[in-house]
Ligand binder design. Structure first.
Ligand code: 0A1
Ligand code: ZN
Length: 882
């Protein structure tokens, strides 16, 4: 477990980076595994890399049993062991250093290092080492720029631990006396310690043979406990698709003879890319129609791909230090998003990604936790696995890829992998490789990595009929963020088109060009302000800006509602259409918030959507997205002071206006048609139907609650799979709480013992809005299946309530803030990483209206002043409270 905060907090700074004084060429680990006690014998071949410093090894929570250098046992006084560091002065250029330590896996509730998943009787042992978990297993220079070859021998009781796994290729196994056995693994690829992993216990597997494009035979194994092994096939299929895609798209082949993937119900994050032995939160690996929603199927595919892609973007080329985290994470998210776009629908994928960025990253970037994609300092690195490092990081790679084009980007990536294979690299290395391969200087993009905050891009257009010119002025400005009062101009690629009022894209000719070049182009705004003059324009056009979301900025353009309605009706690109709809919905929201029932934006938005609703040629999934305005969390941006009740009321009013405009009869008819074609099939068409059916039912519920209730009750009973079942339950719980009681209880009984389905049951109820939400959540804490020591369960109830239930969490009396503070303290005692993640729900308190702000401030300040919390939680609270 991490230190308590009364230990001195050290701030680590990027500027202080020094290469390691000693490296480890080879490490041989021997584990004697046991649930209560495990012994680890480590032999490190150490080599001096620079200077005359002593050897310094990290080690936390380890009982040191033996220590020797070149076979000579050291006694006290010959080494220093303090503050998580073991220091040994060695007067040589290399040496063999041996330690033997004891660990207590069953007591490890922080789930970092070696720990037990599940019960003492039937659970299994596994490790989590990123970012700094390896130091909880053995003494080691636990930093990503020390790359070593690993030989790992596992020894354990055969009955209790029949399966023994470690990263690398198998290198023998056999029997030992007393019913014990052993297995050895050798990893030929030097790797950083955070990529080390072992797994031991009773697990089942499904397997497949795979041959890489360069001819290597690979055995693929997906492992899980016996009760869920029949839910692993989709993950295996996804893995094969990922491997083929990376061969095709990036020319990257897998590089070991085996690849293991393991599912656990006890995991702090989504999944982990350990070399040759990926470990997954079961939530992102298991899938079956009866217990997984369509969204979850897509998440499994994406996360399996993400972890697999890390084998190159992260493992073969890793990060020099943790400040470079986005080098592997932003890049891998970008690769994962491209893969998902290729496997599914590209515009829908882009909609999903941009919506997530706005929901999760924009608020982060606008509050006290804001930080650059490459932070310049941290006190707890685990708190930097953020939407900024991941999702904004991916957007930065996307801009670079867009700048180079498909072939140029591939050339750049080939050079990057080639040049830095087997190295720990930096973001500069990445940008340089992309540039060098294309003879382009991309260094101006580095500023994006160092500057926090979401830039505001302002666009102003003026049409000059006499000159037949359209003059577009673009300006940028980034508001100050925590610790960064002044900002510089960034290179912002703005992909744009101009439409005439009949929705036709106009040929684009800039003032000094001889002829028009297509109807879409990208200009790069790299100063505070720039003008672009388009020629041969006959009437005031409608600009379509930032197409495909070409840069992670907030666009401010004083569009007239009719302009946006034109784009919403006519833009041939699904993403841009949605984007125009979102902008228009924002204006429609303003109308509702300011009580303009017949406001022009509201009329334009509902009118355009009613028309699109009637258009049978529109894709069901796209229509479902178009019918979904920005959520309550994104709409926060549209007022200076935030009152979640008023935001929700205004948003509900706009949805009601939409439902009325579309009309009860068309909604009913559409619902019935979609219902008639319902099946359990997982193809895109069936998924799209389910998605649209849900939107239609929720709209119908606003104007004909009794009919929607009847539909929802029947849908719950007849649902062929989880998507329809859960959607019906959520609709019922919102529209007719009394009638939802029995189905909610039924769902609970039906899924007894199915942890992932129960998580959804908790999360669905935790999201129900309103003043009684807190009481509901407190009652759910009394459910026998609720437990604070399981991260998924905490996230599904406590995390969902705090993050995704604005009206419930931000009760004006502050009761939910106090409740959350109590829960954070309790969770922190078990699992600091999870407590810290949930605590980020306090991020936006400063922009609340005064009553709530005061209530939140009191709670946050009191928590932040405590001295008995973990470093993880203290770090978040300290920054949030500022
Ligand atoms: N590298 C993983 C994420 C991860 C990070 C930290 C963890 O434990 C504290 C676990 C996983 C990924 O990006 O998938
Ligand atoms: Zn990752």
């Amino acid at each position: 477990m991490s230190d308590r905060s009364d230990a001195p907090t050290t701030v680590i700074r990027l500027d202080d980076y020094r290469p390691p004084a000693w490296t480890v060429e080879h490490v041989a680990l021997v584990f004697d595994l046991g649930i209560d006690r495990t012994e680890v014998d480590a032999t490190l071949q150490m080599v001096r890399a620079a200077g005359d410093e002593p050897i310094r090894l990290n080690g936390e929570g380890l009982e040191l049993l033996e220590l020797s250098v070149d076979d000579r046992r050291l006694v006290e006084g010959e080494y220093i062991l303090a503050n998580g560091l073991l220091e040994i002065a060695v007067d040589a250029e290399h040496c063999t250093l041996r330690t033997k330590v004891a660990l207590r896996p069953a007591e490890n509730t922080a789930l970092e290092g070696l720990y037990l998943s599940g019960s003492r009787e039937s659970g299994f042992l596994l490790t989590q080492c990123e970012a700094e978990g390896f130091r909880h297993i053995t003494f080691f220079p636990d930093r990503p720029d020390v790359l070593s070859r690993y030989t790992v021998t596992l020894r354990a009781d055969r009955q209790r631990f029949p399966v023994l796994l470690a990263g690398g290729n198998p290198d023998g196994s056999g029997e030992l006396p007393d019913g014990r056995h052993w297995a050895r693994f050798v990893d030929p690829h030097p790797k950083a310690s955070y990529l080390f992993a072992v797994v031991a216990g009773r697990l089942e597997r499904i397997s497949r043979d795979y041959t890489t494009a360069d001819g290597r035979a690979v055995a693929l194994h997906v492992w899980a406990e016996a009760d869920v092994i029949d839910r692993c096939d989709y993950a295996m299929d996804s893995l094969v698709r990922s491997m083929q895609w990376d061969e095709r798209t990036y020319g990257r082949n897998y590089d070991l003879d085996v690849f293991h993937v393991v599912a656990t119900h006890d995991f702090n994050m989504g999944a982990m890319e350990n070399k040759g032995l990926n470990i997954f939160n079961a939530k992102y690996l298991l899938a079956d129609p009866d217990s997984s929603t369509d969204d979850e199927y897509r998440h499994v595919e994406a996360v399996v791909a993400h972890e697999y892609f890390h084998n190159w973007s992260g493992n073969r080329v890793t990060c020099r230090d943790w400040f470079q985290l986005s080098l592997k994470e932003g890049l891998t998210v970008f690769r994962e998003q491209s893969f998902s776009a290729d496997m599914n629908s590209a515009p829908l994928k882009r909609i999903e990604d941009v919506a997530l960025l706005r929901r999760a990253q924009f608020p982060e970037d606008a509050g006290p936790l804001s930080h650059p994609v490459r932070p310049s300092q941290y006190s707890e690195i685990n708190n930097f696995y953020t939407a900024t490092v991941y999702e904004k990081g991916s957007e930065l790679v996307r801009m670079l890829a867009g700048r180079l084009g498909t072939e140029g980007f591939r050339r750049g990536m080939d050079l990057y992998f080639d040049r830095h294979d087997g190295q720990a690299a930096t973001i500069e290395d990445f940008i340089e490789a992309l540039g060098d391969a294309n003879d382009i200087d991309l260094s101006s993009y580095l500023a994006w990595y160092g500057q926090a905050g979401t830039p505001r891009l302002t666009a102003e257009g003026r049409f000059d009929p006499a000159q037949r010119q359209y003059r577009l002025t673009l300006r940028q400005r980034t508001p100050a963020t925590a610790g960064q009062p002044t900002k510089q101009a960034l290179p912002i690629p703005v992909r744009l088109s101009l439409f005439d009022r009949s929705g036709r894209a106009l040929p684009l000719r800039l003032e000094d060009e001889a002829r028009a070049e297509g109807t879409e182009r990208t200009v790069v705004l790299d100063t505070a302000e720039q003008h672009y003059v388009f020629e041969d324009i006959d009437a005031a056009p409608v600009p379509s800006l930032l197409r495909g979301f070409s840069a992670p900025v907030i666009l401010e353009c004083d569009y007239q509602p009719e302009d946006l309605a034109i784009l919403l009706r006519h833009d041939p690109d699904g993403f841009n259409r949605w984007e125009a709809g979102q902008q228009l919905a924002g204006l429609a929201y303003d109308d509702c918030r300011d009580a303009r029932a017949d406001g022009p934006a509201l009329l334009a938005w509902t009118g355009a959507l009613a028309e699109l609703f009637a258009d049978a040629s529109l894709d069901d999934a796209l229509l479902a997205e178009l019918l979904t305005p920005p959520g309550e969390i994104e709409l926060v941006e549209r007022q200076a002071e935030r009152d979640p009740d008023r935001i929700r009321a205004a948003r509900q009013a706009m949805l009601l206006a939409l439902a009325l405009r579309v009309g009860a009869a068309p909604l009913r008819v559409r619902y019935e048609a979609l219902r008639a074609s319902t099946s359990a099939a997982m193809d895109a068409t069936s998924q799209a139907r389910r998605q649209l059916k849900r939107r239609v039912l929720d709209l119908l519920a606003l104007i004909d609650a009794p009919l929607a209730t009847t539909f929802a009750l029947a849908q719950y009973e007849q649902a062929p799979g989880m998507t329809d079942r859960l959607a019906a339950l959520a609709t019922l719980a919102t529209v007719a709480p009394e009638q939802a009681i029995a189905p909610i209880a039924h769902f609970r009984r039906r899924y007894e013992g199915n942890a992932l389905a129960l998580d959804k049951w908790f999360a669905m109820q935790a999201q129900l809005p309103g003043a009684d939400a807190l009481a509901r959540v407190q009652a759910l804490e009394g459910d026998p299946s609720f437990m604070l020591k399981n991260p998924n369960r905490v996230q599904s109830l406590v995390g969902t309530f705090a993050r995704s239930n604005p009206t419930g969490f931000h009760r004006a009396d502050g009761a939910a803030y106090r409740w959350l503070a109590d829960r954070l303290v309790a969770v922190d005692g078990l699992n600091p990483q999870v407590a810290a993640r949930v605590a980020t729900a306090f991020n936006g308190w400063k922009r609340l209206e005064p009553t709530r702000r005061e209530a939140a401030h009191a709670v946050v300040a009191e928590l932040a002043a405590r001295k008995d919390l973990s470093r993880d939680l203290t770090d978040i609270l300290g920054r949030v409270a500022l």
